[in-house]
Each structure stands twice: as structure tokens, then as C-alpha cells.
Ligand binder design. Structure first.
Ligand code: SF4
Ligand code: SF4
Length: 121
């Protein structure tokens, strides 16, 4: 079964990618973030606390996955967070791992020729 939720609204009722990947980024991106939410990973990379573990969940994620969520540092989220888009491959992987139905973009097709169809009156 496929979801028909619009991609724009999907994230607010999902949050799966914030609890699936290790969210790492160049250390300087972590400067404006709450410092106890950032963990050093390598000399030049850091990650969001909670994401470098077997069952990841970013410390900044609020709410219940698959129901209602928000990012408590949305304005300062890393480039890695911004790279995942609703409906893309990473998104679908994360959603599947959380047993959430896949997203699809529903494209409305306007037929250019409907002469073959007769209207029943
Ligand atoms: S997994 Fe997809 S739908 Fe869910 S929050 Fe991430 S980008 Fe949005
Ligand atoms: S910082 Fe925000 S957007 Fe990025 S993984 Fe954490 S909760 Fe998700």
C-alpha cells in the first residue's frame, strides 16, 4: 500500500531519517548547535548525539516517529539533515526500517486527447 500524503507534509508525521542514519557533518557546522548535542567523530567530523549507536535517534528529534515529530534545532540542522528529501532513496530506506509505508508523488495526468471516450448521459 502506498502513501498519498504530500511530500511537504510527510516529514512532520514521520521523523524516520532522524532515527536511522548516523548524522555526521564537518565539525564547524556544529558550532551554532547546542554543544552537548554534538559528539566528535574524527578530528574533522562530528555527529549528532544519539545517532552513532545501534538504534540511532537524534537527540534533537522530538515526538513520536510515524505520528508527530519536530526538530528542536531545525534552523541549525546540518547539511546532512538537509540532504534527505521526502520520497528520495534515503528517505524510503529510513521509512521502511521504521515500517512506515513508502511515499509517492501523485502526478495528475491531464489527457491531451479524450476523443475515444464517449460521455454517458
Ligand atoms: S524519512 Fe523522509 S518523510 Fe520521514 S522525515 Fe525523513 S525525509 Fe521526511
Ligand atoms: S538535527 Fe533535526 S533534522 Fe537533523 S537528524 Fe536531528 S532531529 Fe533530524
Amino acid at each position: 500500500m502506498l502513501s498519498q500524503i504530500s511530500a511537504q507534509d510527510a516529514c512532520l508525521s514521520c521523523g524516520a531519517c532522524c532515527a536511522f542514519f548516523r548524522v555526521s557533518f564537518y565539525w564547524a557546522e556544529g558550532e551554532p548547535m547546542p554543544q552537548d548535542w554534538v559528539e566528535p567523530l574524527t578530528p574533522v567530523y562530528s555527529c549528532m548525539k544519539g545517532t552513532n549507536q545501534a538504534q540511532p535517534r537524534c537527540i534533537a528529534l522530538q515526538g513520536e516517529i510515524g505520528k508527530s515529530v519536530s526538530c528542536s534545532m531545525y534552523q541549525h540542522r546540518s547539511s546532512s539533515c538537509k540532504e534527505v528529501h521526502a520520497g528520495d532513496e534515503q528517505c524510503e530506506k529510513a521509512r521502511a526500517a521504521h515500517k512506515l509505508i513508502p511515499l509517492i508523488d501523485v502526478e495528475i495526468i491531464h489527457p491531451s486527447n479524450d476523443e475515444d471516450f464517449e460521455q454517458v448521459v
